[in-house]
Design a protein around this ligand. Structure first.
Ligand SMILES: NC(=O)N[C@@H](CC(=O)O)C(=O)O
Length: 428
């Protein structure tokens, strides 16, 4: 059995320690310089985090392998410090049957960069008309626990109610893409001063908030778990805060880009900045940062949404919505939350690993960095600085909003059950 000591890391940013990895398990954690093993790896001063878990990744396979594959997307994930990702269901065919979710799960195992937990569609074909085979997906080898029509909103209140009732049987959760379709017809960006000045059709905050308000009430009514995908407005935060104050089982995520970028970027007319939900105002960014810091928002989820060049290198109106996220997420969180003093590394571990693993009911992930845990670990150099070069990313697509930008923090090593998937910042 392989035995390796990672010497001098700072678990959750704390005191320097040695981590002894034996086989697939974290066998021992002790003060720096005290443990010995067959092989010693110097990770002096690097922050050790439990392997990150993404609740919201678009891997595009099957169907859009020109944009991303399970292989390329999970490689990007490992480089970003992730040991597990939830693969969204808006593929072609849609992941609405046991067959498709098992295919995605198996492709993840074969690629071996990180675990892939397929998300099952709530409705057949994401059409919002009939419930998909939720039970069959839950019982499949993919063990689906998260269900979402992401990309589309389950806007029919009765269907949403039925889905919430159904997933209780296997402790599942409905992850809602909150977007009132009628209020956002033809919308191109956030509705506000900037959309007015640019003359682009706006996407009002209320289109998101109205659905979240309805859904937290529905979840409370049927006593089920609701997760809110990529919440993006200050008002949405208030509704989630209120629902939590009632003791309802509601969780929420925010994307890294909504913690850093604003709708002012639409003035470039560069569709790289076009995303669903749209980039909002600086005031929303402030509220979202505070909500992650105080725990109202449970986790940061990437909404990694690869699109090929031809779908982005065009006019704003024709551009596809979505941006890459996996390889830059931790750096963006460091810039927006850690370097601003809003969140410490223990908080980052909680919002990017512990809570998303719990929401997804993912076994073996988000465990404490302690003896007996599976050795899923990310070692991060918070002092590193790197400039994002789209062509150097592992993703098949290039639609990062951070091209040319220098970001703090770099993942040096990622361990998946003791096996390095990333070493020296490169795929192992
Ligand atoms: N987040 C995005 O902007 N895009 C997502 C789906 C979606 O939410 O529209 C995609 O699949 O590309």
């Amino acid at each position: 059995m392989s035995e390796r000591v990672y010497r001098g890391a700072r678990p959750l940013g704390g005191e320097p320690a040695d981590l002894l990895v034996r086989g697939e398990v974290l066998a021992e954690v002790g003060p720096a310089g005290t443990l010995s093993g067959a092989e010693v790896v110097d990770v002096d001063g690097l922050v050790a985090l439990p392997g990150l878990v993404d609740l919201h990744t678009h891997l595009r396979e099957p169907g859009r392998e020109d944009a991303e594959t399970v292989e390329s997307g999970t490689a990007a994930a490992a480089l970003g410090g992730y040991t597990a990702v939830h693969a969204m269901a808006n593929t072609d065919p849609v992941a609405d049957t046991a067959g498709v979710v098992e295919q995605v799960w198996r492709l993840g195992r074969e690629a071996g960069h990180c675990d892939v937990a397929p998300v099952g569609a709530v409705t057949v074909g994401l059409a919002g008309e009939r419930l998909a085979e939720l039970g069959a997906m839950a019982d499949s080898r993919a063990r689906v626990r998260v269900f979402s029509d992401d990309g589309r909103c389950v806007s029919d209140a009765v269907l949403m109610r039925r889905a919430l009732e159904y997933v209780r049987a296997f402790d599942g959760v409905v992850a809602q893409h909150a977007q009132e379709p009628r209020l956002t017809e033809g919308a191109q960006m956030n509705e506000g001063a900037v959309s007015g000045a640019l003359g682009l059709p706006g996407w009002p905050a209320v289109a998101e908030e109205a659905v979240i308000a309805r859904d937290v009430l529905l979840a409370a009514h049927v006593g089920s778990r609701l997760h809110v995908c990529h919440l993006s407005t200050a008002g949405s935060v208030e509704i989630v805060r209120w629902a939590k104050s009632k003791g309802w089982d509601v969780t929420a995520e925010v994307t890294p880009h909504h913690l850093l970028l604003t709708d002012e970027l639409a003035a470039t007319y560069d569709p790289t900045y076009k995303v669903n939900p749209p980039l909002r105002t600086a005031e929303d960014v402030r509220a979202l940062r505070e909500a992650v810091a105080d725990g109202t928002v449970d986790c940061v989820a990437t909404d990694h949404a690869p699109h090929p060049v031809e779908d982005k290198d065009c006019e704003w109106a024709a551009g596809a919505m979505g941006m890459l996220g996996l390889e830059t997420a931790l750096s963006v969180v460091q810039e927006a939350l850690v370097d601003t003093g809003l969140l410490d590394w223990a908080g980052v571990a909680d919002r990017m690993s512990v809570r998303p693993a719990r929401i997804g009911r993912l076994e073996g992930h988000g465990a404490p960095l302690a003896a007996g845990s599976p050795a899923n670990v990310a070692f991060v150099d918070p002092a590193a600085r790197w400039t994002v070069v789209p062509g150097e990313l592992a993703s098949r697509s290039r639609n990062t909003p951070y091209a040319g930008r220098t970001l703090p923090g770099r993942v040096v090593t990622t361990l998946l059950r003791g096996r390095p998937t990333v070493e020296h910042g490169k795929l192992a």
